[in-house]
Design a protein around this ligand. Structure first.
Ligand code: GTP
Ligand code: MG
Length: 206
Protein backbone atom coordinates (compact mmCIF):
# COMPACT_ATOMS: atom_id res chain seq x y z
CA UNK A 1 0.00 0.00 0.00
CA UNK A 2 1.48 3.41 -0.87
CA UNK A 3 2.39 5.42 2.20
CA UNK A 4 0.55 8.66 2.80
CA UNK A 5 2.69 11.64 2.06
CA UNK A 6 2.65 14.25 4.81
CA UNK A 7 3.65 17.87 4.82
CA UNK A 8 3.94 19.90 8.00
CA UNK A 9 3.14 23.58 7.43
CA UNK A 10 5.01 25.89 9.76
CA UNK A 11 6.07 29.52 9.54
CA UNK A 12 8.51 32.01 10.95
CA UNK A 13 5.75 33.19 13.31
CA UNK A 14 2.02 33.35 13.84
CA UNK A 15 -0.20 35.05 11.23
CA UNK A 16 2.27 34.57 8.35
CA UNK A 17 -0.14 32.57 6.17
CA UNK A 18 -0.01 28.89 7.22
CA UNK A 19 -3.75 28.39 6.86
CA UNK A 20 -3.81 30.29 3.58
CA UNK A 21 -0.84 28.23 2.31
CA UNK A 22 -2.54 25.02 3.46
CA UNK A 23 -5.61 25.88 1.39
CA UNK A 24 -3.41 26.49 -1.68
CA UNK A 25 -1.55 23.20 -1.15
CA UNK A 26 -4.81 21.27 -0.73
CA UNK A 27 -6.11 22.66 -4.04
CA UNK A 28 -2.73 22.13 -5.72
CA UNK A 29 -2.52 18.44 -4.80
CA UNK A 30 -6.22 17.83 -5.45
CA UNK A 31 -5.72 19.21 -8.97
CA UNK A 32 -2.90 16.68 -9.40
CA UNK A 33 -5.42 13.94 -8.68
CA UNK A 34 -4.43 13.19 -5.09
CA UNK A 35 -6.93 12.63 -2.29
CA UNK A 36 -6.12 15.40 0.16
CA UNK A 37 -6.54 15.65 3.92
CA UNK A 38 -5.94 18.26 6.61
CA UNK A 39 -4.86 18.00 10.25
CA UNK A 40 -4.46 20.81 12.76
CA UNK A 41 -3.38 19.30 16.07
CA UNK A 42 -4.00 22.55 17.98
CA UNK A 43 -6.31 25.47 17.42
CA UNK A 44 -6.36 28.25 20.00
CA UNK A 45 -8.76 31.15 20.36
CA UNK A 46 -11.64 28.68 20.03
CA UNK A 47 -14.85 29.92 21.66
CA UNK A 48 -17.35 27.30 20.48
CA UNK A 49 -16.01 25.61 17.35
CA UNK A 50 -12.56 25.89 15.72
CA UNK A 51 -13.17 28.35 12.88
CA UNK A 52 -9.99 27.70 10.85
CA UNK A 53 -10.28 23.94 11.24
CA UNK A 54 -13.93 24.00 10.22
CA UNK A 55 -13.40 26.07 7.08
CA UNK A 56 -10.44 23.88 6.10
CA UNK A 57 -12.44 20.70 6.70
CA UNK A 58 -15.22 22.08 4.50
CA UNK A 59 -12.68 22.78 1.76
CA UNK A 60 -11.17 19.28 2.07
CA UNK A 61 -14.58 17.63 1.88
CA UNK A 62 -15.24 19.46 -1.41
CA UNK A 63 -11.84 18.40 -2.80
CA UNK A 64 -11.95 14.86 -1.38
CA UNK A 65 -15.47 13.66 -0.47
CA UNK A 66 -13.93 10.48 0.99
CA UNK A 67 -12.34 12.48 3.84
CA UNK A 68 -15.17 11.31 6.04
CA UNK A 69 -14.01 12.54 9.45
CA UNK A 70 -15.29 15.07 11.96
CA UNK A 71 -13.90 18.35 13.25
CA UNK A 72 -12.68 16.81 16.51
CA UNK A 73 -10.51 14.40 14.49
CA UNK A 74 -9.12 17.28 12.44
CA UNK A 75 -8.55 19.58 15.45
CA UNK A 76 -8.12 17.29 18.47
CA UNK A 77 -6.90 20.01 20.86
CA UNK A 78 -9.07 23.12 20.98
CA UNK A 79 -8.20 25.85 23.47
CA UNK A 80 -9.96 29.11 24.26
CA UNK A 81 -6.92 31.27 25.07
CA UNK A 82 -5.09 32.52 21.94
CA UNK A 83 -1.61 31.55 23.17
CA UNK A 84 1.05 28.89 22.73
CA UNK A 85 -0.41 25.45 23.58
CA UNK A 86 1.93 25.31 26.61
CA UNK A 87 -0.09 28.18 28.13
CA UNK A 88 -3.45 27.69 26.43
CA UNK A 89 -3.80 24.04 27.49
CA UNK A 90 -4.02 24.94 31.22
CA UNK A 91 -4.54 21.55 32.97
CA UNK A 92 -5.05 19.53 29.81
CA UNK A 93 -2.31 16.97 29.16
CA UNK A 94 -1.11 16.93 25.57
CA UNK A 95 -0.73 13.28 24.62
CA UNK A 96 1.78 12.67 21.83
CA UNK A 97 0.69 9.09 21.24
CA UNK A 98 -2.90 10.27 20.87
CA UNK A 99 -1.78 12.84 18.27
CA UNK A 100 0.18 10.21 16.33
CA UNK A 101 -2.87 7.94 16.36
CA UNK A 102 -5.06 10.81 15.09
CA UNK A 103 -2.57 11.45 12.31
CA UNK A 104 -2.54 7.78 11.33
CA UNK A 105 -6.35 7.70 11.44
CA UNK A 106 -6.62 10.72 9.10
CA UNK A 107 -4.01 9.19 6.76
CA UNK A 108 -6.46 6.40 6.00
CA UNK A 109 -8.72 8.86 4.19
CA UNK A 110 -6.16 10.57 1.96
CA UNK A 111 -3.02 10.27 -0.16
CA UNK A 112 -1.51 13.45 1.25
CA UNK A 113 -2.09 14.96 4.67
CA UNK A 114 -1.44 18.68 5.11
CA UNK A 115 -0.65 19.27 8.80
CA UNK A 116 -0.78 22.84 10.08
CA UNK A 117 1.26 23.73 13.15
CA UNK A 118 0.57 26.47 15.68
CA UNK A 119 2.59 29.69 15.36
CA UNK A 120 6.23 28.99 14.47
CA UNK A 121 8.79 26.24 15.03
CA UNK A 122 9.73 27.13 18.61
CA UNK A 123 6.24 27.44 19.99
CA UNK A 124 6.20 25.38 23.20
CA UNK A 125 3.79 22.48 23.66
CA UNK A 126 5.14 21.37 27.01
CA UNK A 127 8.33 21.67 29.04
CA UNK A 128 11.24 21.52 26.59
CA UNK A 129 9.11 20.27 23.72
CA UNK A 130 8.28 22.52 20.80
CA UNK A 131 6.42 22.40 17.47
CA UNK A 132 9.75 21.50 15.82
CA UNK A 133 9.93 18.42 18.08
CA UNK A 134 6.41 17.42 17.04
CA UNK A 135 7.55 17.62 13.40
CA UNK A 136 10.34 15.17 14.25
CA UNK A 137 7.89 12.85 16.00
CA UNK A 138 5.63 12.97 12.94
CA UNK A 139 8.63 12.38 10.59
CA UNK A 140 7.37 15.04 8.18
CA UNK A 141 8.92 17.29 5.64
CA UNK A 142 8.36 20.94 6.62
CA UNK A 143 6.97 23.64 4.41
CA UNK A 144 8.15 26.88 6.00
CA UNK A 145 5.92 29.83 5.15
CA UNK A 146 8.03 32.95 5.08
CA UNK A 147 7.06 36.61 5.30
CA UNK A 148 8.23 39.19 2.77
CA UNK A 149 8.28 42.34 4.87
CA UNK A 150 11.41 44.06 6.15
CA UNK A 151 13.10 41.77 8.67
CA UNK A 152 12.19 38.61 6.80
CA UNK A 153 15.83 37.64 6.09
CA UNK A 154 16.56 37.36 9.80
CA UNK A 155 13.30 35.53 10.55
CA UNK A 156 13.72 33.05 7.68
CA UNK A 157 17.36 32.25 8.45
CA UNK A 158 16.67 31.64 12.14
CA UNK A 159 13.94 29.12 11.31
CA UNK A 160 16.07 27.46 8.64
CA UNK A 161 18.96 27.13 11.12
CA UNK A 162 16.64 25.33 13.55
CA UNK A 163 15.44 22.93 10.84
CA UNK A 164 19.00 22.24 9.66
CA UNK A 165 20.16 21.61 13.25
CA UNK A 166 17.59 18.81 13.54
CA UNK A 167 18.16 17.55 9.97
CA UNK A 168 14.50 18.08 9.11
CA UNK A 169 13.87 18.24 5.35
CA UNK A 170 12.24 21.52 4.41
CA UNK A 171 11.23 23.88 1.65
CA UNK A 172 10.63 27.60 2.07
CA UNK A 173 7.71 29.37 0.42
CA UNK A 174 7.61 33.15 0.47
CA UNK A 175 4.27 34.83 0.98
CA UNK A 176 4.23 38.09 -0.95
CA UNK A 177 1.00 39.14 0.73
CA UNK A 178 2.73 41.99 2.54
CA UNK A 179 5.20 44.34 0.85
CA UNK A 180 5.73 42.49 -2.41
CA UNK A 181 7.26 45.48 -4.22
CA UNK A 182 9.67 46.35 -1.42
CA UNK A 183 10.63 42.67 -1.07
CA UNK A 184 12.13 42.58 -4.56
CA UNK A 185 14.43 45.49 -3.72
CA UNK A 186 15.11 44.99 -0.04
CA UNK A 187 15.24 41.26 0.68
CA UNK A 188 15.09 39.21 -2.52
CA UNK A 189 18.67 39.81 -3.72
CA UNK A 190 20.21 38.31 -0.59
CA UNK A 191 17.73 35.44 -0.31
CA UNK A 192 18.19 34.53 -3.98
CA UNK A 193 21.95 34.31 -3.52
CA UNK A 194 21.59 32.39 -0.27
CA UNK A 195 19.02 29.82 -1.40
CA UNK A 196 19.72 29.76 -5.16
CA UNK A 197 16.07 29.42 -6.10
CA UNK A 198 13.10 30.98 -4.30
CA UNK A 199 9.63 29.47 -4.08
CA UNK A 200 6.62 31.74 -3.82
CA UNK A 201 3.19 30.83 -2.48
CA UNK A 202 1.69 32.32 -5.62
CA UNK A 203 3.40 29.53 -7.62
CA UNK A 204 0.98 27.07 -5.98
CA UNK A 205 -2.15 28.78 -7.25
CA UNK A 206 -4.13 26.51 -9.58
P1 GTP B 1 -2.09 31.39 12.72
O1 GTP B 1 -2.55 30.00 12.39
O2 GTP B 1 -3.11 32.18 13.50
O3 GTP B 1 -0.71 31.42 13.35
O4 GTP B 1 -1.95 32.22 11.36
P2 GTP B 1 -1.52 31.67 9.92
O5 GTP B 1 -0.03 31.58 9.86
O6 GTP B 1 -2.28 30.44 9.60
O7 GTP B 1 -1.97 32.85 8.96
P3 GTP B 1 -3.26 32.90 8.04
O8 GTP B 1 -3.14 31.98 6.88
O9 GTP B 1 -4.48 32.80 8.88
O10 GTP B 1 -3.09 34.38 7.47
C1 GTP B 1 -3.28 35.53 8.30
C2 GTP B 1 -4.22 36.49 7.60
O11 GTP B 1 -3.63 36.98 6.41
C3 GTP B 1 -5.56 35.86 7.18
O12 GTP B 1 -6.57 36.83 7.30
C4 GTP B 1 -5.32 35.49 5.71
O13 GTP B 1 -6.52 35.46 4.97
C5 GTP B 1 -4.39 36.60 5.26
N1 GTP B 1 -3.45 36.15 4.24
C6 GTP B 1 -2.25 35.60 4.45
N2 GTP B 1 -1.60 35.39 3.31
C7 GTP B 1 -2.42 35.80 2.32
C8 GTP B 1 -2.30 35.88 0.90
O14 GTP B 1 -1.27 35.53 0.30
N3 GTP B 1 -3.37 36.37 0.22
C9 GTP B 1 -4.48 36.78 0.85
N4 GTP B 1 -5.48 37.24 0.12
N5 GTP B 1 -4.62 36.75 2.18
C10 GTP B 1 -3.61 36.27 2.91
MG1 MG C 1 -3.54 29.24 10.79
Amino acid sequence: MPQTKNLFISATNTNIGKTYASSLLLKYYAKKGLKVGYFKPFETGVITTPSDGTSMLNLVKKLNPTFNVNINDVVPYQFWLPAAPYIAKKDVIIDLEFLKEKKEYLERFCDILIIEGAGGLMVPLFENFFIIDLIQEFKCKTILICPSKLGCINDILLSVEALKARAIPYECYINLYENDNDFKIISQPFLKNYFGKLNFLDDLKV
